[in-house]
Design a protein around this ligand. Sequence first.
Ligand code: BES
Ligand code: ZN
Length: 640
Amino acid sequence: MPDPTTQSNYLQITSEHIALNWRLDFDFHIISGYVIHHLLVKEEHVEEVIFDTSDLTISDIEVAGQCAQFSIAAVREVMGAALHVKLPTGLKVGERIIVKISYKTSKSSGALQWLSKEHTHGKDFPYLYSQCQPIYARALVPIQDTTAAKFKYSATVVSKFPVLLSALRISPPVDGPAHDGKIVGEDFVTYTYDQPIPIPPYLIAIASGNVCYRTFPQYQDKQWKTGVWAEPGQLESAYWEFSEDTPRFLATAEALLTPYEYGVYDLLVLPPASLYGGMEHPCLTFLTPTVVTGDRTLVDVVIHEITHSWFGNGITHSEASHFWLNEGWTTYFERVVQEVLYSRAHRDFHYIIGAKPLHDSLMHYKDRTKYQRLVIDFDYGEDPDDAYSSVPYEKGANLLLYLERVLGGLDIFLPYMKDYAKTFLGKSITTHDWKSHLFDYYGRNGGEEKVKVLDGIDWNAWLYGEGLKLPVQMDYDLSMAKESYNLAKKWNGARSTDDVTALNFTEKDITGFDAYQIIVFLEHLQTFPQLPLQHVKRLGSLYRVAKTSNAELRFRFYEIALKDPASPSAKAFVTEVAKWIIGDDGTCIIKGRMKFCRPMFRAVTRVNQGIAVDAFKIAQERFHPIVRKMIEKDIGLTKQ
Ligand code: BES
Ligand code: ZN
């Protein structure tokens, strides 16, 4: 079945290579230039090539060097407008043809966020960055926007600011003077890049702003290079946060799987408005600055993004329905790395942490139960963003953990994982491809006994099951969670005492807890009925979670404060929560990351929709267009 999120005819003819040639206009918030598609004919007598576009202005198209006829179909919501380009007649399977499209993006491109200087760390220069996953590459370039079709790409980009792409820098050299020795913000410099490994469209990425680079120390005899990009004022703290762990994480992952293929693994710390925690662009992971905490407590995000180098970037889901192959595998393997680096208890602890967002997501979809499934049957033109939740991450990771356990443990599962990677790296696959390989592998390597185990699994429940529970109840090592649970129970037990200061809680209760143990404590506490206002206040000040700059902690504290929308606590905290998301006066989004701002907007809406709507209206222009679209649904301005 063709990918339901694209209108392109990628099964008839596909891009093998894409050359981008762009000029960035920071005054008008437009990228203009051209793209050259090197296409391979896959079906006899194909008469046209159809690309996806969204909000692009096409000026001119050449096919094989000749001016070509083209037409743009009506705009479809979500899908965008299909661009039909006429091809010469008589093309044969295996023939190649070049299509050059001159175009520009729109000011409101769904793929781009143009930040004014006030919204950057340094507040001196504007900033641009892209986010193409899941289906916004079409708002950046006319393309066959499907994960099923991978291509290599090269790019030449002219900008007044340093340019970063999800590819290898060709020129000017990364270790040369910043902006090639020219004046940042004034002089135009041409940057060239090459990505020799085929990638799906959603991994095209660009960032341009006043960023600089610091390389991490060489790790053993590794051929790959790692380092971090950030605005000058953030570079030192970002370096400190990630320099020790990143190369170690990467070396651990490749030792368990196959050698890292992309040559460079850099991090880019984005401005605060960035919408995801991390985004695994090849050669250049984008990170939210909310993970730079000054104590390395949230560096695990990097393990996750590194792991995508194999699961997602290497082995790609061939259409939106099979997205769990990216995130479920990544989450599973990220936790294997935790076990190898730390302990089994650490690994299990992250499953325990994940159980809460999984439950929240399943609840969120109680009226749209198809999104509770691991494999989702999307309708043609349905928005994959509507299905984005913890389900593919956590249900997927639990399925793989379950398989690992029933098949005999990690030692038996690791060789299988390696074989899975070797078999499918470079390809786009479906759940069916994955499952056939699993059966095939254990048929070859475990014989009847293992195949019998696999046959006994309730596949239907795991892959297509709905409801609030996993098909199998999973047991985890609770040792790291125990103290957190006990402390939460103690607070719950103290709810009826009026004089909170008389309660014998002290800040020492959490000394020795790492950030995740505090998270689990707060999450467990949130499972009990709403705490009285005085207790919530005391909790916030005693453990310093009410004012902390660690967003993971503060977010959980606010979930406790706003648990019961009708409670005095919710009423007392609701304005503060709204301000935490949008910043004091709404001019600088503090928490553009969807993981924080969406549940917070929903929680505020439940307490007082007016406050949510007012806060959103003040700050809406500053949210990334994708986030804006999602929040509008969350606060009831548009339909879910
Ligand atoms: N690739 C995802 C982010 C994503 C998914 C963007 C779907 C757009 C559509 C990335 O790897 C991710 O999962 N990020 C997480 C952090 C991670 C540590 C779980 C996030 O941003 O919360
Ligand atoms: Zn991910």
